[in-house]
Design a protein around this ligand. Sequence first.
Ligand code: ADP
Ligand code: ADP
Ligand code: ZN
Length: 236
Amino acid sequence: MRLVLLGPPGAGKGTQARMLRELAGIPQISSGDLLRAAVHEKTPFGLEAASYMDRGELVPDELVLNLIDSRLGANDAKEGFILDGFPRSVAQAEALRAMLLKRRGKSLDKVIALSVPDEEIVRRISGRRTCTKCDAMYHLVFEPPKKPGICDKCGGALYLREDDSEATVRNRLNVYNATTRPLLDFYGGLKLLAQIDGMGKPEEVDARIVATLDGLLPKNGAHKAARAKASRARGN
Ligand code: ADP
Ligand code: ADP
Ligand code: ZN
């Protein structure tokens, strides 16, 4: 299954992508995570990307497209993937179409757009905490860690993303509305779009998504085999 998750910052794309990756046995590919890893490594590329991310602007396409293209070429993405945070503009969507076509002529199966009102986005982002060591994510109110400030899974320290400050979030919402929202029409026109209400508990949102993926997910039990296969493809 080749899936795209769309939605404003903080809508729950990462949370849902992680649930689906377990269910479908395919990797979650987050452009934000890939970019933050490059920033963390302080490569010249990462330093350039950071200057855009800190302001809540989109990182230029030539940087992002290379990152995504090489990630899509990895073994574990052969059977499918869940793209989270990419594409973010019509130009990126066109580039994605070309990337998939050159790889065995594949195309997307579905685009899920999460809708969440602005005031809920601010609540979700201001409480978001991320682990410095693993990719785990928490929310101070909705999904608190057992010990404050400490990751349940690995004991790493939790931090508030620098670009999750209120002023930057406002700018990210503006960027979403101006540049990313047009993708709803773009994918609607291609008959790929399913708009999903992102309000409610993560499990409730997950159930709505799963209901629209009818026929695309492995049948009951089969997801275990799919997961084992994906794990073998990753070489572990
Ligand atoms: P969120 O989870 O809040 O939607 P992300 O982690 O996806 O945020 O992205 C964080 C930042 O990384 C964005 O504000 C932007 O600067 C950059 N970024 C992520 N994905 C892309 C992309 N596809 N194109 C350009 N910039 C991106
Ligand atoms: P995105 O990837 O779209 O930026 P995240 O998945 O990182 O969004 O979620 C943003 C924050 O909101 C996180 O702290 C997460 O724990 C929390 N969150 C995600 N889904 C829900 C939900 N359905 N209800 C309440 N909080 C949620
Ligand atoms: Zn952790």
